[in-house]
Design a protein around this ligand. Structure first.
Ligand code: NAD
Ligand code: MG
Length: 395
């Protein structure tokens, strides 16, 4: 069989590493063409030595000469490039069949769009892309005939639990609503009073998943689930009234679809991102992912509860942004990125993350965004507003 040729955007991150783990299990099926990383050049070097890509992209031009030199001395002719234009270039290469979009945050938007515009199979982990630019992104997917497959475990589970070819026709397929499960993060049972002074290290210690720092904080505030509600809205073409969130601390049921006849279909498994990654890479086939089989008697109990919107206001803010529409989710995403970065840098208390996002949403009027330049302008403006609110807070 001819091997599928792959670009991994964000190869050095948590999803990138899991992707390359799946690739390494199937050298007969996949060939790595390009790998990208931002600042972890040592990790990127090791990945290049193992996967021998034609291109490697780093964040800064300063790192190009050093990495090139070390690749040459190992006998590799990998071309080393730098910066945002190079990310778009390797996402759009004519020889590439599929692109794993695993950059974190708004920085992933344009390279992911570049892959979409070449009609590639796009494996989407970078949920911020859909939160920031969902309408435009989905329109481009349709226009260019790209194959969009969700990597986020909840959306991958829903994709697996929907009728084949489901395109979001509200009642036609008999779908009543979807249920997104949430682990509740490291602070599920933490009293409000204690949440005031939790640290970045505590916020990043997720009970079930090992992930990058930004999504770990998002999981601790429940903003991750909020972003996923918006992501589900765009992927499955469902209004907010048909999307529910249920807390399920064991993370065994990855999400569910409720049908009008009362049936509920779900996808279960151990919490390991290699499952959705392998599913999307091989779809519609299935391949081994290195994930241990589910041992239900060992797990013994699955439990569920409603989210507490008082302790976790970020989830309500995301529903508000989805209902407001237009630029609101773009503003939400930008303010969240600014606030989470400040929290991780020790410059903002945990509970103030939601305050900064709410104040940014209040400060920026809801207004339509016509095109990509308008989206990027809304993103930049919301970052400036949130940064100003941060500065005023600490003054
Ligand atoms: P991570 O922080 O571990 O990795 C992020 C990657 O993006 C790294 O390769 C980094 O070099 C690259 N990157 C960061 N900023 C960049 C920039 N400005 N320009 C170019 N590259 C840049 O994050 P992660 O946990 O792997 O998450 C990646 C994405 O996948 C996020 O959008 C996250 O929400 C989503 N996701 C992650 C998980 C998970 O289990 N980790 C699950 C579901 C969805
Ligand atoms: Mg998820």
């Amino acid at each position: 069989m001819t091997r599928q040729k792959l670009t991994v955007l964000g190869a050095t991150g948590s999803i990138g590493v899991s992707t390359l783990d799946v690739v390494a299990r199937h050298p007969d099926r996949y060939e790595v063409i390009a790998l990208t990383g931002n600042s972890r050049v040592e990790v990127l070097l090791e990945q290049c030595l193992q996967h021998r890509p034609r291109y490697a992209v780093v964040g800064h031009a300063d790192a190009v000469a050093g990495l090139t030199e070390r690749l040459r001395s190992a006998g590799l002719s990998t071309a080393v490039l730098a910066g945002p234009a190079a990310l778009e270039q390797v996402a759009a290469l004519p020889e590439v069949d599929m692109v794993m979009a695993a950059i974190v945050g708004a920085a992933g938007l344009q390279p992911t769009l570049a892959a979409v515009r070449q009609g590639k199979r796009v494996l989407l982990a970078n949920k911020e892309v859909l939160v920031m630019a969902g309408a435009l992104f989905m329109a481009e997917v349709r226009k260019y005939g790209a194959t969009l497959l969700p990597i986020d475990s909840e959306h991958n589970a829903i994709f697996q639990s929907l009728p084949a070819g489901y395109a979001g026709e509200p009642a036609g397929a008999g779908v009543s609503h979807i249920l997104l499960t949430a682990s509740g993060g490291p602070f599920l049972g933490t009293p409000l009073e204690r949440l005031r002074n939790v640290t970045p290290a505590e916020a990043c210690a997720h009970p079930n998943w090992t992930m990058g720092r930004k999504i770990s904080v998002d999981s601790a505030t429940l903003m991750n689930k909020g972003l996923e509600v918006i992501e589900a809205h765009w992927l499955f073409n469902l209004p907010s009234e048909q999307i529910e969130v249920v807390i399920h601390p064991q993370s065994v049921i990855h999400s569910l679809v409720q049908y009008v006849d009362g049936s509920v279909l779900a996808e279960l498994g151990n919490p390991d991102m290699r499952t959705p990654i392998a599913y999307a890479m091989a779809w519609p086939e299935r391949i081994a992912a290195g994930v241990a089989p589910l041992d239900l008697p060992a797990i013994a109990k699955l439990s569920f509860e409603r989210p507490d919107l008082l302790r976790f206001p970020c989830l309500a803010l995301a529903f508000r942004a989805l209902r407001d529409g237009a630029n609101a989710a773009t503003v939400l995403n930008a303010a969240n990125e600014v606030a989470v970065a400040a929290f991780l840098a020790g410059r903002l208390p945990f509970l103030a993350i939601a305050e900064i996002i709410a104040a940014t949403l209040d400060a920026v009027p809801v207004r339509p965004m016509a095109d990509l330049p308008a989206i990027l302008a809304e993103d930049a403006n919301a970052r400036a507003v949130a940064t100003e609110l941060l500065a005023r807070r600490s003054a």
